[in-house]
Design a protein around this ligand. Structure first.
Ligand code: GDG
Length: 473
């Protein structure tokens, strides 16, 4: 019987060590929830880095055994590998280029490329130990762009899917990468290459046909007589989980607490990982402009801003954090009163119940990235609005804007437009909010995470059948 193996940079776990024993907690992230139905079934497995450095061979064995009980297989990485492959290459070269931040944010160090190649190979070797001919292998994200090619060479009969969670840039950006052809060839090892949006898929087809000796007809690229199908699969969320969380006792308690605290003040919410692609500074500028130009909102609105620490070993992230601290400090210093702070700023992660209470309570949710593959926060807000009101202000640069067309859509570089969108949101009649919210809730519930996993897996099967029938002709 063939099996399915999911491969991603990180395993869906958090591991901590206490008195020589490992404590493993499975993560509740969207991807992990969605893929749970896959990797926890039968002999299926999930392969990835466990998120901690484990050097000692006995300890590695211990972690491997504990993870085996959860259908998870670890790829152990050294601190140097994490620094070169993950921080150096993935996050200082691929991430900025794929999010349209050229040169100043990209650091093309040859040594990091070597690490990237070696770690992709290390993942392949780990796969060799568990995969058999005919298995289905679904590889995720920009850290593993070379892996589909390695798998294709090692297991020519396997069915390989690849999904990119971040945008795929236009050819003019992608061509800047010194190792662009190798990256494209790696991705073309898959039978099915998936993206969040149609634009990402067409950028990929354009780059592939210009950089590699391949032809394409519509969304099918032919590589050595093997068709590679390129399509968009907009990722969804577990909408039912977010709806039912609003009925959780702890959440209700937090909602009441928020009500007492905010009284009749309007709550504008934003939740992001610390990242320059998320447009946090531009959003603060728009909020400042709102206070500068609309004194009627002084003491009447609060921007509740959660920034989750991320990649703080990368210098640009540290710098961004300092700039955000300064901007929040400026705004609060200029406008705060004894019992009102315009910006409530939190630099830490919160339990999902607290996020749920905030989603449920926020009059407006601001999701205004400069670039984002999809953005799940926007969908989580919609799924949590069981009262069917509330306003989503959404950047046209987020993949989600292609589906959530009833949000107030903004260009995040246009600060005054974003400020006007805030005014539009603050003054939108309830009936109009409800009309838009109902339409968006329908989209989020129909195209949820289960649907995403199902259609990707089904499509992989169809592509394999198509390849087999072409070969037998
Ligand atoms: C990448 C792409 C694409 C946030 N703060 C807390 C917390 N979160 C959760 C949110 C949400 C997730 O983190 C963030 O997902 P996003 O989609 O918004 O962004 P990225 O992390 O950049 O994800 C993105 C995604 O992959 C999927 O393909 O949409 O475009 O960049 O689920 O709720 N969760 C908890 N506490 C927090 O404080 N528990």
């Amino acid at each position: 019987m063939s099996k399915t193996i999911i491969v991603s940079n990180r395993l869906p776990v958090r591991i901590s060590e206490e008195n020589g024993k490992f404590n493993i907690v499975t993560s509740e992230g969207g991807l992990a929830t969605g893929l749970g139905s896959v990797y926890r079934t039968g002999d299926n497995l999930w392969l990835g880095w466990p998120g901690v450095e484990v050097i000692d061979a006995d300890k590695q064995q211990q972690v491997t055994e504990q993870l085996a009980g959860l259908s998870l297989v670890p790829v152990f990485l050294t601190a140097d590998e994490i620094s070169g492959y993950y921080e150096g290459f993935s996050n200082e070269i691929l991430w900025p280029i794929f999010h349209y931040y050229a040169s100043t944010y990209s650091n093309y160090k040859q040594v990091n490329w070597e690490y990237y190649k070696n770690v992709n190979r290390k993942f392949f070797e780990a796969l060799l130990a568990i995969a058999e001919p005919g298995d289905t292998i679904w590889i995720h994200d920009y850290q593993l762009l070379l892996l589909p090619g390695l798998v294709r060479a090692g297991f020519p009969d396997s069915s390989v899917g690849f999904f990119l969670h971040i945008p795929f840039p236009s050819f003019e950006m992608f061509r800047l990468i010194p190792w662009r052809a190798e990256l494209i060839e790696g991705m073309l090892g898959a039978d099915l290459v998936g993206f969040h949006t149609f634009d990402d898929a067409s950028h990929f087809i354009n780059a592939a046909t210009r950089l590699s000796a391949v032809n394409s007809i519509s969304n099918v690229i032919t590589v050595d007589d093997r068709p590679v199908v390129v399509e968009s699969f907009p990722m969804g969320i577990d909408d039912e989980k977010y709806a039912s969380l609003t009925k959780d006792e702890k959440v209700i308690e937090e909602v009441n607490h928020l009500k007492e605290n905010f009284k009749d003040r309007r709550l504008m919410l934003c939740i992001d990982r610390l990242d320059y692609s998320k447009g946090i500074l531009q959003r603060l500028q728009a909020f400042e402009l709102l206070l500068d130009t609309h004194p009627e909102y002084l003491e009447k609105v609060v921007l509740h801003m959660i920034v989750v620490p991320s990649r703080d070993n990368v210098p640009q992230y540290r710098e961004l954090k300092e700039n955000i601290d300064r901007k929040v400090g400026d705004i609060n210093a200029r406008y705060r009163t004894l019992d009102w702070s315009p910006v409530h700023y939190f630099y830490r992660a919160f339990p999902i119940e607290s996020l749920s209470a905030l989603y449920y309570s926020a009059d407006i949710c601001l999701v205004t990235p400069m670039r984002d593959g999809m953005n799940l926060v926007s969908k989580e807000y919609i799924a949590s609005r069981t009262q069917e009101t509330g306003v989503l202000i959404l950047s046209e640069m987020a993949g989600a804007s292609k589906e959530l067309i009833d949000a107030i859509i903004v260009n995040p570089s246009n600060i005054s437009l974003m400020m006007e969108a805030m005014v539009q949101g603050l003054t939108m009649p309830q009936a109009e909010q409800a009309r838009r919210m109902k339409l968006m809730r329908r989209v989020v519930s129909k195209f949820n995470i289960k649907h995403w996993v199902r259609i990707f897996m089904e499509r992989m099967k169809e592509v394999k059948q198509m390849q087999q029938s072409m070969r037998s002709r």
